[in-house]
Design a binder for this molecule. Structure first.
Ligand SMILES: [Zn+2]
Length: 273
């Protein structure tokens, strides 16, 4: 199977109007990315922010967190206008502003700007994923039947990445009883935790690390153990190139039905499109 040629939905990409110095966020304008999508047969892509105040904004715009958050969501809406192929999620800020203000901004982002879901990046927010502020955001998402993508990539020897550990996400989802959640990067080294909850997941970034360390057969086994029926293809483009996924996906032995599940059908269910 040639993963470059098959039809795909990408559940995690970054589209930006500028390069962010000192980060892995690259310049990837909507116009440029639409060309990349065509080349790689990506039918639709979920465009996510990262809960960092200066994601779209520049430092020269000042330090008013509420204004920066609004600016980030306005940029997400601007990206959404380029093409129906781009499904843009809303940004939040639970660190710089009060949770009630984030919820107010989410109302605007979802109902006025028509953004389609919420991205939560606990590590960038500097809070644990079972934090009561995230609980409130999750209740908002549940009440509005919105898909939520949560960054989860704890890494060995990087203690500050542990705030996004799947064990906290398990606590969160058990409390909120929400199932319309996609765990990005498959929970990193703690991927086994995902078996305790009903959620979607992707192997962006993390899959490559496991492939290097364990080989494609073991990675395939790990994905099967968590559940092919809830695995969504995601790239984290432009931080990671598509060809880096094909290197191991093309070697794997998923059936054609399983490939259809992973490449777009599961994402259609998660996104309800
Ligand atoms: Zn990302």
């Amino acid at each position: 199977m040639d993963w470059k040629k098959i039809k795909k939905i990408d559940s995690h990409v970054h589209v930006t109007f500028r390069k962010m110095i000192g980060s892995d966020i690259k310049l990837n304008t909507p116009e440029k990315f639409l060309g990349v999508m065509k080349e790689h047969n990506i039918q639709k892509a979920v465009v996510v922010p990262i809960n960092y105040p200066y994601y779209h904004a520049k430092k020269s715009m000042g330090e008013n967190s509420f204004e920066l958050l609004k600016f980030n969501n306005n940029c997400q809406a601007r990206i959404a206008k380029f093409s129906k192929k781009l499904i843009c999620f809303a940004d939040i800020d639970l660190f710089g502003i009060e949770v009630k203000d984030t919820l107010q901004e989410l109302e605007r982002a979802i109902h006025n700007l028509k953004l389609k879901g919420i991205k939560i990046h606990p590590y960038n927010q500097g809070i644990k994923c079972n934090d009561k502020r995230i609980v409130e955001v999750m209740y908002f998402a549940k009440a509005n039947d919105l898909p939520v993508i949560i960054h989860s990539f704890p890494q060995k020897n990087k203690k500050n990445t542990y705030s996004s550990s799947p064990k906290y996400i398990v606590e969160l989802l058990q409390k909120v009883k929400s199932e319309r959640v996609l765990i990005s990067h498959m929970g990193g080294k703690d991927y086994n935790e995902l078996r305790k909850i009903k959620c979607w997941f992707d192997f962006s970034f993390a899959g490559r690390e496991f492939w290097y360390e364990l080989g494609h057969e073991k990675l395939e086994k790990i994905i099967r153990n968590i559940g092919v029926e809830r695995c969504c293809f995601s790239s984290d483009y432009a931080s990671m190139e598509y060809k880096k996924y094909y290197e191991y996906l093309n070697k794997m032995n998923f059936s054609s039905d399983e490939i259809t599940n992973i490449s777009y059908e599961n994402a259609e269910k998660f996104l309800k499109i």
